[in-house]
Design a protein around this ligand. Sequence first.
Ligand code: EPZ
Length: 420
Amino acid sequence: MDKLLIEGGLKLRGEVTISGAKNSVLPILAATLLTEDACIIKGVPDLRDTNTMLKILKSLGKAVEFDKGVVIVTQAKNANYVADYKLVSTMRASFCVLGPLLARLKKAKVSLPGGCIIGVRPVDLHLKGMRALNSQIDIESGYVLAKTQKLKGANIYLGGEYGSSVLATDNVMMAATLASGRTVLESAACEPEVHDLAEFLIKMGAKIRGHGTPIVEIEGVRELHGAEHKIIPDRIEAGTFLLAALITGGDVIIKNVFAKHLGAVIDKLQESGACLDICDNSIRIRHRKHLSPTNITTLPYPGFPTDMQAQIMSLMAVTEGISVITEKIYPDRFMHVAELNRMGAHIQREGPHAIVSGVKCLSGAPVMASDLRASACLLLAGLVAGGKTSISRIYHLERGYENIEEKFRNLGARIWREKE
Ligand code: EPZ
């Protein structure tokens, strides 16, 4: 396994271009199972998770080509309705092949995704939606067995105790595209990636309205055809680079970003004193003056994204004063706290809250990545810490950030990889 080494203390300067959104491309690749026709997806980031989803599509009977950001999916052999544990257990998002398989083949056998370090991550809302669409759901030896004579539209409330569910909305919306009659999803997730999936489904011939709002209406159709689609920019990668510029006191232009997808993050950074020049699809960020502490609560979109919580904790760890970070989506998503404290941060966990008392400086140290966004948090901390930081288990980072070292090196960071 590799580890990432960072020499801290350098200001980032220059331009970085953001890749396509991981959390958009994964459900959109799953949606290609809804047709036998060819689909062409552009702006696809070359990530560990992208390649896992492509392996799953191949195991389900698809042929896939992936070159220079373009994925072409065609039907290779008879469709297979079983999504194997070996692949599904490595990536939770693969669970959203359930809806498309059930819709097109009237049956599906999909391994239950394991939990992960950020939380238990149940799938009860996914299964609630599939049952509501007139399918029979059984759980057997760690697999979900779903079957139906005919999917029928329904009114489905998809809200859970932690708010709406992104992938449950994706899964049920995809199944509903081929159900007979009308489906209304209430308390649907509003994330830009859900909207992007719906835009792709509409290009395939689906009849969807209200996507990106809490009420989504789907009029079932008999079949869907192939389509071509370009993935939206990754707002979480863009947010990570905004913080990297700030934490190093740099001056960075971020290109291929939709500022409208980062409203809550931009609001917090401006409140904290960051200087941002915002254009349609680029943002220049400079460290203007002393940043002030701020309180963060993660919420479903358009609230502050949970996927930016670990990263902003690094910034608040070196921002003088007290910042309280409250995690409402995954109350246990704090594995990064102990690692930041090993670098000299003063952070205290109180249930779903982290109380961050900013320090003047962090010190480089050997740390361990526990999940995708925690590894981004440790990278940001390493950029500002004195001395050298080495981050082990960086396969977590490779799941969601394309060419991350090269992008940071081009901005002046001293960052390299070594064998563990
Ligand atoms: C998506 O995961 C993202 N992943 C996550 O990003 C992101 O953190 C999350 O949405 C929240 O924004 C992808 O899109 C591939 P949820 P998802 O269902 O859909 C609970 C990253 O770092 N819940 O929206 O699996 C759940 O436990 C990853 O890129 C149920 O209770 O998350 C959580 O508390 C990490 N029952 C809340 O809802 C369910 O059936 C939101 O989860 C489903 C979810």
